[in-house]
Each structure stands twice: as C-alpha cells, then as structure tokens.
Design a protein around this ligand. Structure first.
Ligand SMILES: NC(=O)c1ccc[n+]([C@@H]2O[C@H](COP(=O)([O-])OP(=O)(O)OC[C@H]3O[C@@H](n4cnc5c(N)ncnc54)[C@H](OP(=O)(O)O)[C@@H]3O)[C@@H](O)[C@H]2O)c1
Length: 279
C-alpha cells in the first residue's frame, strides 16, 4: 500500500503566485505534485464541479488556493464543498490559503475547519507579488499607479514566505489545526510601496489617489472583466479601510524566522528587470 506522504499533493492554483512557488519547493524536496488548475492534467476548474473528483483521485493532501478571490460571494460554499469532497475521497490533509478581514474568506476557513479535514490555514495579508506578477504591474510599467486608497497602511507579505509556510505545513509535524495569520514585518502605504519600487528600479513612478468611481471607469477602459472591476473596487475601498493595518506573528509561528521585508522583495524583483530600469 502506498503511504499518504508518497502520494502527490494537489496544488490548486498551482501555476499562480503561491502555488507555483509551492510546486517548485515540493519538487526540489522530491515530493510528487499535481497541479490543480484549468491547465492541469487532469484539469481542475472551480466553476465546474465535475472536474474536482478526478483531480483528487490518488492524492495524499491538497493546498487550496481559490480563484479569483475568497472575498467573492459563493467562494466559501465552493471551498467548503471541495473540502468535504476531499475528505470523502480520503484526502484529509488540507492547507487553505486565506485572506484577512474578509467575511467570505473567514466563512471559507470555517467550512474547511468543519469538513473533518486535518487542516492548516494560512490567513495572509496583501501579497508583495501583486506589484510584480499581477494587476499592478502594467500601471507600474506605465509610470503612473492610480488607486482609490490614501494613507491606509498594509503589511505586504512575500509569496515566498507563504510557500515556505505551506511546505512546512505539508511536510512537517505540528501544523495540523493551526491558523497562521501571516503578514510582512512592516506597514506601508501604497504610495510608500510604489516609491520604494521606483527607487529600486531607477524609474520615476507616480502614485495618484482617485475616487472609487474613477477607479471603476479606469478598469472598464482597461477592459477588465466586470467581475474583476467589482472585486478590485471592493478590496480597495472596503477591505483596505485600516482593519488590517497591524502586524502579526504567523510567519514566526509557522517557520521560526522573521518574515521577508518589502525592501528585500523589491530589491530582488527589481534585479529581474520586471519593472524595467536597472537590470
Ligand atoms: N493576491 C493577494 O494579495 C491575496 C492576499 C490574501 C489572500 N489571497 C487569496 O489567494 C488566492 C489566490 O489569489 P492570487 O491573487 O494569488 O491568484 P493566483 O494564484 O495567482 O491565480 C492564478 C491561478 O489560478 C488558476 N485559475 C484561474 N482560474 C481558475 C479556475 N476557474 N479554476 C481553477 N483554477 C483557476 C490559474 O491557473 P489556470 O489559468 O491554469 O487555471 C493559476 O494557477 C485567492 O483565493 C485570494 O483570496 C490573495
């Protein structure tokens, strides 16, 4: 009989910001993995429940990264249904990637906790990589970032720290039943974060505060799908209202070390040339 630890780990969002990093780390450790996304083999689609069972077939554990965002209505129901299906299929070890201060995300956490799984929750602040691997990249490269946020400070977390915590949770003892609230080590406004990126990449990048209606209009003009326009506006205007402007010790608790500072992330990302400028 194959031991569960020798069976592949299903990584939902396995080509995304945290999933890709988790896949790389587990592969280096010689642990088998299966990518759970629309491009995976077999494909996994959050919008098509018929794909879920096959993706779970023969796996020993699963990392759950929902798409597009746990703040979206219905996310908790989908995550709960997936977790219960996993447990019914004998996949008890589940690690959920979650977000802070979002009602729907906290409902998703509860659904995983209630599913009968051996769970670990990584409840994370905003990712640093939103600036280099996501929707803020185009604006940074255009030299002007316009957002509907003012002085609110966010403790941006490095996706590498999240992937390290996911690896520890999946491969080491002592993480079952733990909820790690994970932030970076420093609070920054968006203007400060963008200022650091401009400096490190040797570019003049401006930050402009706009109102939510202007933000909507800008996203529509950029031809973003309607569901993303609503989601981004909600994240910037409701979740980024100061409720998450404090530091937590989740990285230390999960990994026994300090979280990565935003400046270190910026230095390394700038060196890749992702924002143009110095290489
Ligand atoms: N970004 C943040 O700052 C942040 C902070 C805290 C928590 N979170 C949570 O982290 C999760 C992931 O967010 P992210 O921004 O990092 O995204 P991401 O993982 O970078 O998203 C891309 C991934 O999702 C997959 N995907 C896209 N559509 C899919 C679908 N319909 N079904 C299955 N997989 C699909 C993509 O692969 P394919 O294209 O192959 O399908 C890819 O692997 C969200 O639940 C969010 O709430 C994010």
């Amino acid at each position: 009989m194959i031991h569960q630890s020798e069976m592949p780990t299903l990584i939902l969002g396995g080509t995304g910001k945290t999933g890709r990093r988790l896949e790389e780390r587990l592969t280096v450790l010689g642990k088998p993995v299966r990518i759970g996304s629309r491009s995976g083999r077999p494909p996994f689609d959050w919008n098509d429940e018929a794909t879920w069972e096959q993706a779970l077939d023969g796996v020993g554990a699963a990392y759950i990264s929902y798409y597009p965002d746990l703040a979206v209505p219905g996310a908790a129901d989908a995550v709960g249904a997936f977790a219960r299906l996993a447990v019914r299929n004998g996949v008890k070890r589940l690690v959920l990637l979650s977000g802070r201060g979002e009602e729907e995300a906290q409902r998703a956490e509860q659904a995983v906790q209630d599913s009968g799984a051996d769970w670990t929750i990584l409840r994370c602040s905003w990712f640093c990589q939103n600036f280099s691997e996501s929707f803020l990249l185009d604006a940074l490269n255009a030299g002007v970032v316009a957002l509907p946020v003012s002085e609110v400070k966010e403790p941006f977390i490095d996706a590498d720290d999240i992937a390290d915590a996911a690896v520890a949770s999946l491969t080491k003892d002592g993480h079952i039943g733990q909820l790690y609230e994970m932030t970076g080590p420093r609070l920054l406004t968006f203007a400060e974060a963008i200022g650091e990126i401009g400096k490190a990449s040797g570019r003049d990048i401006r930050y402009v505060q706009i109102n939510p209606r202007e933000f909507d209009a800008m996203l529509v003009e950029q031809q973003l799908p309607a569901e993303f326009v609503g989601l981004l506006n909600e994240l910037f205007t409701q979740v980024l209202d100061g409720r998450n402007s404090y530091l937590t010790d989740g990285v230390e608790r999960a990994l026994g070390r300090k979280p990565t500072d935003f400046s270190d992330y910026v230095r390394d990302a700038a060196a890749t040339g992702v924002w143009g400028g110095v290489k």
